[in-house]
Design a binder for this molecule. Structure first.
Ligand code: LLP
Length: 469
């Protein structure tokens, strides 16, 4: 039984999720302070606080934020994003100076969020031309960007190479097309499928059998040979085997497998690799029983294995170790505020909010669990099982199913946690609903970083042919 499960079992009368969530951050804090010396520039703050029973994010009251900016509202805590970044980078750099972190833009593409991570010193992992455009707008140097899409079109290859971004290919046909088009990238990397993958959910596994990503080792040799014969002189290697992984041993295992492949390619073709990118995937606790990932331990294990393999395979001592996390940097910095508008007592109690699968898709497509708090009364007892839904005309439209919650009434404000990654980024206009606004909070200040969409925004690109008018 985990500590959290024990706490819940002991507290039968009131298994208060708010308490579980807050204790997790307290734990993380004391654990991190143990690991980091007093001299570290690292500053750890919980992303959310309980001030007299009212949820506060970055020093701002959730209740006031909702009143000022309306709901549904995505709120991001700037300090937490910075702290998350530093926690990873400092952990890896403590063991290996030549570590480099590229932020996976797909997790959260808000310009302000990109700017924060760019200021911190991150590079950017972009999945296509629009993400690279945004990253450049946020100040990222194209030289510190990796173009890691999949099934690139010719146009995308042309755009990425012209922009001077490091190109990562996930199929041999892309190399063939680069040659046919006469494109001259300075640098090429391939995404390898190392044969195993792992993820927080079966749909978050991106390597192993039957996945659409990457190339197998058997083809990799051919791919690099083709690139070398074409005159490419600088190489990298990449993998991305899954997302939301909380197993602290996994990253080391997968690094070992990739390094053996890298060693065989380097020897077989006499090529030198500039970097080894082990992808993203660092997990975040969503469910009450999940424990936070000990990133310090992950870093230590990965680097030990990495160095061992560098020596064993005779790889260059200055080879860069790269990681490209998305979720870990932004997930717990984000809170979605939703207003309860309508409650229905049917077979179940349905709590209707203004945020649905159009606002946060993860529960509908992965059955994902997000902690949900009653923002204005964090001390309330959890005593009623309810299903929390949005306003979309689909029965998959829910934020939580059969969840024990405090008594909720119409007009209450709910806070859905851990939505900073793949939250807004996967939202849609389904059922013709404008997308939510986004706000950044820091030191009690709150600023709008993305305006709420309007009816006009929805209509803007629609065209009615003359003959139909
Ligand atoms: N690099 C590449 C090439 C990726 O495709 C991804 C995520 C990442 C890095 C960042 O992975 P992370 O550190 O965030 O695990 N929609 C899903 C997650 C999809 C992740 C796709 N690729 C979700 O909501 O959980």
């Amino acid at each position: 039984m985990t500590r959290v499960q024990r706490e819940r079992a002991e507290d039968k009368k009131s298994p208060n999720e708010a308490r579980v969530v807050f204790s997790r951050f307290r734990d993380l804090r004391s654990r991190t302070l143990d690991v980091f010396s007093n001299t570290s520039r690292y500053k750890e703050n919980a992303p959310i606080e309980n001030r007299n029973g009212v949820l506060h994010i970055g020093g701002s009251s959730a209740v006031e934020l909702a009143e000022t900016h309306g709901t549904p509202l995505y709120v991001y805590n700037e300090d937490r994003i910075r702290a998350n970044y530093r926690r990873v980078v400092e952990a890896f750099k403590r063991h290996y100076e030549k570590f480099s972190l590229f932020y996976a833009v797909k997790a959260n593409n808000s310009l302000a969020v990109l700017r924060i991570l760019q200021q911190e010193g991150a590079g950017a992992d972009v999945s296509g031309p629009t993400e690279s455009y945004l990253a450049v707008r946020a100040g990222f140097d194209p030289q510190r960007m990796l173009y890691s899409g999949n099934y690139h079109t010719n146009d995308e290859l042309v755009q990425g190479i012209r922009a001077g971004i490091k190109i990562n290919l996930d199929g041999i046909s892309q190399m063939r097309r680069i040659i046919e088009l006469g494109l001259r990238p300075e640098f090429i990397s391939f995404r390898i499928n190392p044969g195993i993958g792992k993820g927080g959910h079966e749909d978050q596994v991106y390597a192993g059998p039957n996945v659409k990503f990457g190339i197998k080792e058997s083809e990799a040799l051919e791919a690099y040979r083709m690139a070398k014969e074409y005159g490419i002189r600088r190489f990298g290697v990449h993998m991305m085997t899954g997302s939301n992984i909380l197993d602290e041993n996994y990253f080391e295992t997968i690094t070992g497998i990739l390094m053996d492949i890298v060693g065989r390619i380097a020897k077989g073709l006499s090529i030198k690799f500039d970097f080894v990118d082990i992808g993203g995937g660092l997990g975040v606790p969503y469910k009450p029983e999940d424990n936070p990932l000990n990133v310090e331990l992950v870093a230590k294990k990965v680097v030990e294995r990495f160095k061992q393999k560098v020596a064993e395979q005779g790889l260059p001592k200055d080879i860069v170790l790269m990681m490209e996390p998305g979720r870990y940097l932004v997930c717990d910095a984000g809170v979605l505020l939703a207003r309860v508008h309508s409650i229905k007592e049917a077979d179940k109690i349905f709590i209707g909010t203004d945020a649905g699968m159009n606002t946060l898709l993860r529960p509908a497509i992965y059955g994902a669990y997000h902690p949900i708090l009653l923002a204005g009364d964090l001390e309330a007892e959890y005593r009623k099982e309810v299903t929390i839904v949005g306003q979309i005309c689909e029965n998959t439209d829910h934020l939580a199913r059969d969840r024990l919650m405090p008594v909720i009434t119409e007009g209450d404000l709910l806070a859905v946690l851990n939505v900073g990654a793949y939250g807004f980024a996967m939202s849609s206009q389904y059922n013709t609903r404008p997308r939510a606004a986004e706000v950044l909070v820091a030191s009690g200040q709150h600023e709008l970083i993305r305006e709420r969409e309007t009816f006009e925004d929805i209509e803007r690109r629609m065209v009615v042919p003359e003959r139909l008018k």
